[in-house]
Design a binder for this molecule. Structure first.
Ligand SMILES: Nc1ncnc2c1ncn2[C@@H]1O[C@H](COP(=O)(O)OP(=O)(O)OP(=O)(O)O)[C@@H](O)[C@H]1O
Ligand SMILES: [Mg+2]
Length: 262
C-alpha cells in the first residue's frame, strides 16, 4: 500500500448564495502515485484543486469537509500555517504559465524570491539552486534564462520553468491542472516524462486533463467527475478499459483520439 499524503474527504464548495459547485468529493493522494481527474467542462475539477490550494476566498465560497495534510485538516488552519504549506509542501502548476509569472521581473529574481520566502538561504545559494533545477528540466542556457523577462520566453519554456520552481521547493504534492494542454506534442511529452520523474521521487501528483492520452500514460488512479460529484473511481485500467458507468463510457468515446492504455 502506498503511503497517503493528502486526503480530501466529503469536500463541499458552495457559492455563498447556496449554489453547490462541489458536492461531497473524497479521494486520496499517495506517495509515488498519480491521481488523474477527468470530467466534462464545469464538473468541478479546477474548483477542487483550488480548494486544496486554498485559493478560494471565504468571502465568495462556503467550503466544508476535510482536506487533510499530515493528519491535520487544512480547512481548520490559520492563514499563517496555511502559508507555510501552500507553495512549499503543496504546489500547483497552472494551465497558463504566463499568469504565474510577474511580467515586471526577471525569471531569476522570481525564482530567488520564491526560494528565499520558503527556506532560509542566501541569494547566491538560491541563484545556484535555480540554475541547477532549470538544467534538470532540460533547459539549456540556464544563466541566460535567469536573466530573462517572462515575455521573451516561449509558453513551453515557461511551463518547464514553472515545473522546475515547483520542484525546487521539494513539495510532497503537486497539482497539475491542464498543465500540458496548450503545449506542442514534443514539449508535452517532455513534461510528461518530468511528471514520471516526479512520481518516482515519491511525490504525490494530481493531474487534471481533458487529454485522455495524457491520463492513460501517466495516471495510476482516476476519478471521473460530473456536476460536482465523483461518479466513478478506480485504477486507470478500471476506468479506461473496464468502465461500467454510462457517463464514463460516453466521456471516453467522445474523444476520438484517445490512445489505448498499453
Ligand atoms: N468564481 C466562481 N463563482 C461561481 N461559480 C464558479 C466560479 N468559478 C467556477 N464556477 C463554477 O463552478 C463549476 C465548476 O467549475 P470548474 O472550473 O471547477 O470546472 P472544471 O471541471 O475545471 O471545467 P474545465 O474542464 O472547463 O476546466 C462550474 O459550474 C463553474 O461555472
Ligand atoms: Mg478546469
Amino acid at each position: 500500500m502506498s503511503k497517503k499524503i493528502l486526503e480530501v474527504e466529503n469536500l463541499r464548495i458552495n457559492v455563498l448564495d447556496g449554489t453547490p459547485l462541489v458536492k461531497g468529493v473524497s479521494f486520496r493522494v499517495c506517495k509515488g502515485r498519480v491521481l488523474g481527474i477527468i470530467g466534462e467542462s464545469g464538473s468541478g475539477k479546477t474548483m477542487t484543486c483550488k480548494a486544496i490550494m486554498q485559493l478560494l476566498s471565504k468571502k465568495n465560497f462556503d467550503i466544508s469537509g476535510k482536506i487533510e495534510f499530515k493528519n491535520r485538516n487544512m480547512l481548520d488552519m490559520k492563514e499563517k500555517e496555511i502559508n507555510k504549506i501552500i507553495g512549499k509542501d503543496i504546489s500547483m502548476i497552472m494551465q497558463n504559465p504566463m499568469t504565474a509569472f510577474n511580467p515586471m521581473f526577471k525569471i531569476g529574481n522570481q525564482i530567488i524570491e520564491t526560494l528565499m520566502t520558503h527556506s532560509n538561504i542566501t541569494k547566491k545559494d538560491a541563484y545556484d539552486i535555480g540554475v541547477k533545477e532549470l538544467e534538470k528540466m532540460n533547459l539549456d542556457r540556464a544563466h541566460e534564462i535567469m536573466n530573462s523577462y517572462p515575455y521573451s520566453l516561449s509558453g513551453g519554456m515557461l511551463q518547464r520553468i514553472m515545473i522546475a520552481i515547483s520542484l525546487m521547493l521539494t513539495p510532497s504534492v503537486i497539482i497539475a491542472d491542464e498543465a500540458t494542454t496548450a503545449l506542442d506534442v514534443k514539449t508535452q511529452s517532455l513534461i510528461l516524462s518530468e511528471f514520471e520523474r516526479i512520481r518516482d521521487n515519491d511525490i504525490g501528483l494530481i493531474v487534471v486533463s481533458h487529454d485522455f492520452g495524457v491520463i492513460a500514460r501517466i495516471a495510476d488512479d482516476v476519478i471521473v467527475m460530473k456536476d460536482g460529484e465523483i461518479i466513478e473511481n478506480g485504477t486507470v485500467y478500471d476506468i479506461f478499459d473496464n468502465t461500467k458507468d454510462d457517463y464514463t463510457k460516453e466521456l471516453l468515446s467522445a474523444r476520438l483520439l484517445r490512445k489505448e492504455v498499453s
